[in-house]
Design a protein around this ligand. Structure first.
Ligand SMILES: [Zn+2]
Length: 170
């Protein structure tokens, strides 16, 4: 089983093994926030609730990671989904689209770049979304570096959802 580790201000930090999470509680480095209902860890004389969510006793200074707005990261943010036709493509068949075209002063930034299939890219050309009648599925924004690496690979337990907030990834 896995445990969601929060820092002292309840920000998600990491997903760890539940045994390690229990060890941290035992060593008084963390507190139990939620346990898995009906799941226990047994010692010779005792049983302990299996931690589902724990919080650290300290604040974790999360380093400011600058996420570069490049192909790989943009496709990751948009889950390889063309933001105009909503189809999923392999990375080779995708391109980055400037929502406001470069020719109209649109910058290459997280807020102006979306994942786009080649067909839609051609169709949109140098037009603004309203001119082309092509509106991105979601408003492009800078993804949070929080849990960028761990969360995408993990199965998210429903009990974690309230703590993950906008970092929830399906
Ligand atoms: Zn498309």
């Amino acid at each position: 089983m896995k445990t969601l580790k929060l820092d002292s201000s309840f920000r998600p930090v990491q997903i760890i093994d539940s045994y390690d999470a229990f060890g941290m509680i035992y060593m008084k480095r963390a507190n139990l926030v939620e346990s898995y209902p009906g799941e226990f860890l047994y010692s010779t004389h005792d049983r302990f609730p299996l931690p589902c969510v724990i919080s650290l006793n300290r604040y974790v200074k999360i380093p400011k990671i600058t996420l570069t707005c490049n192909r790989k990261n943009v496709f990751w943010r948009d889950k390889n989904t063309c933001q105009y036709c909503s189809k999923v493509f392999p990375s080779e068949e995708l391109t980055m689209d400037h929502v406001t075209p470069r020719s109209k002063g649109g910058p290459k930034s997280w807020e102006n770049i979306v994942t786009c299939c080649k067909k839609c890219n051609q169709k949109k050309g140098n037009k603004l979304p309203r001119e082309a009648d092509m509106i991105p599925l979601s408003i492009p924004s800078r993804p949070s570096p929080y849990m960028f690496y761990t969360l995408g690979k993990e199965v998210i337990h429903p009990q974690w959802a309230p703590y993950l907030g906008k970092y929830k990834i399906k």
